[in-house]
Write a protein that binds this ligand. Structure first.
Ligand code: ZN
Length: 520
């Protein structure tokens, strides 16, 4: 072989090698995620704040289930050193946070703090100290992204504290549901000149840069950047987007592959507690279907991690104001049944993560009934009927589907009546949560029936004694339910919070009672 041919041969080899490595890279991109690098759970401590003991036990359970990540949305429970003003009445001590994170470290769980940085910051802005940051004087859910130097100072303090305290390489910077984006005069001007995407991205980039300067990678919810993606390329390449999807179509918020093409990594987030779940209804079927469909999709879409979310509340608050919208107090809208009652969905999540195939919800529930509670097939079937009973809401006093609340009571009553007769062989306390949920729903339907009669066009005062008698029974029944709620959640939540939850759950019933009884 002379030199000329030798060089041609070398060149050919190079082309073939280059070609095959490109093919290999392409193949790797197309290959499904074999095993998610991040297998995690999101803990929402905005309300239903878990005791330190319950937090430790929950971490033990996650570790046994093979999880390696916990995203902690501390919200007002975090004891910031320089911003002690933010901490709420259930906030932990620094010693408690330190000991919890070191417990997780020993279990092989990395704790990612989640700190909201644009929307969902009512708990910060309710304090006069931070008033200057408000996007709107009445709706204080969001801060103004044009308050650049003040924002930078605040979040540098918060993230420095969080970065020092947590053991994960990541920090979650929130960034979802920023409904007021472009609302105030300064923001409107920037939107007119540079667009909504730029307004959002400039703020989130400033935040992401703080996180990166502290040696961590920023993680953020993907909904807003998917909705306004034009300036996405300005965000640091280290940014990880979390596609949260609680059961709707793929690309619900926007075009995910377009952001992946820019080089951004994605994680996915399904949910086991989300809208419209509350004390009286859990949309179990949707949560199971969400795991069945979304986790296999996340594998195909090459997502690097999965973080299961579990929302204690909606993230929207009702306010009591004084003059000039000074906040007297704020109360969460929508309270989900506590996380203590959702072991079945946590277990199925684990199965969905481990299995390459989609889970079969019906089969899973029957299998779980046998394994966890020692139930024979007929009783397992009854548990399944409770879980998969169709979700129905009552809106403006009217059932969404059924012809009347009495019909709803009759249909649900059959499922409830057979559930409460089941006597599990083991894990009795866990089963008591399902019985309580079923009873809370009947309790709610009973109340709704009275409320409906009171709101009927033909309601007259002479009906008052009859309605009052029904309501007195409901409120008597509430005391028993309150005690069961306390017994099942004692040690999981603080006693004072259980008391508050019981109060809020029956607040509307007491209010109608007092109106009917003309308490003066
Ligand atoms: Zn603004």
């Amino acid at each position: 072989m002379n030199f000329k041919y030798f060089y041609t041969f070398l060149l050919l080899i190079c082309f073939v090698a280059l070609g095959s490595s490109q093919l290999l890279a392409q193949k790797q991109i197309q290959t499904e995620t074999e095993n998610f690098k991040v297998k995690g759970f999101h803990l929402d401590l905005r309300i239903q704040v878990m005791t330190p003991k319950a937090l430790m036990e929950f971490a033990d359970e996650l570790s046994e289930l093979g999880m390696n990540t916990l995203v902690l949305e501390w919200e007002g429970t975090y004891p910031f050193e320089k911003h002690a003003t933010i901490s709420n009445k259930y906030s932990y001590t620094r010693a408690e946070v330190k000991s919890f994170i070191s417990h997780c470290e020993n279990l092989g769980i990395r704790v990612i703090p989640l700190q909201q940085t644009l929307g969902h910051v009512e708990y910060i802005l309710r304090n006069p100290r931070y008033s200057i940051l408000k996007e709107d004087r009445k709706d204080i859910s969001q801060l103004c992204p044009m308050e650049i130097s003040n924002n930078k100072a605040l979040f540098t303090d918060l993230f420095t504290d969080l970065a020092n305290m947590h053991n994960s390489d990541y920090i979650h910077i929130g960034g979802d549901e920023t409904y007021l984006l472009g609302h105030c005069e300064k923001c409107k001007k920037k939107v007119a000149e540079e667009g909504k995407s730029k307004l959002f991205v400039d703020h989130m980039k400033m935040i992401a840069d703080i996180v990166i300067s502290l040696g961590k990678k920023p993680v953020m919810w993907a909904d807003i950047i998917l909705k306004y993606p034009e300036a996405a390329a300005d965000l640091p390449k280290e940014t990880i987007f979390v596609d949260w999807n609680y059961g709707w179509k793929i690309n619900h918020f926007g075009d995910i592959p377009n952001l992946q093409k820019l080089g951004f990594t994605f994680w996915g987030s399904p949910a086991i507690r989300s809208h419209p779940d509350n004390w009286f209804i859990t949309d179990w079927a949707t949560h199971f279907k969400n795991q069945k469909e979304f986790i296999p999709y996340a594998r195909k879409a090459n997502y690097e991690g999965i973080i299961m979310t579990s929302w204690s509340t909606s993230g929207v608050y009702g306010f009591t104001w004084d003059v000039n919208y000074d906040v007297v107090d704020m109360v969460q809208i929508r309270n989900t049944y506590p996380l203590s009652g959702f072991n079945i969905l946590i277990q199925s999540y684990t199965e969905a993560l481990e299995s390459k195939d989609a889970i079969d919800p019906q089969a899973f529930v029957l299998k779980y009934a046998k394994k966890q509670f020692g139930l024979k097939k007929p009783d397992a079937q009854k548990l399944s009927e409770f879980i998969f009973f169709p979700k129905e809401l009552i809106t403006n006093g009217k059932p969404d589907k059924s012809s009347s609340i009495a019909v709803m009571k009759n249909d649900y009553g059959k499922v409830r009546d057979q559930l409460i007769l089941i006597n599990p062989k083991k894990n009795k306390e866990e089963f008591e949560h399902y019985k309580l949920m079923a009873d809370l729903r009947m309790h709610y339907l009973n109340f709704k029936e009275v409320e409906s009669a009171y709101n009927a066009v033909n309601f007259v005062r002479s009906q008052t004694p009859e309605l009052l008698e029904a309501l007195n029974k409901i409120l008597e029944n509430a005391k028993g339910l309150d005690n069961r709620f306390l017994a099942l959640n004692k040690g999981f939540l603080y006693d004072s919070e259980i008391k508050e939850q019981n109060f809020l759950r029956t607040q509307q019933m007491h209010a109608l009672h007092d109106r009917l009884a003309k308490l003066k």
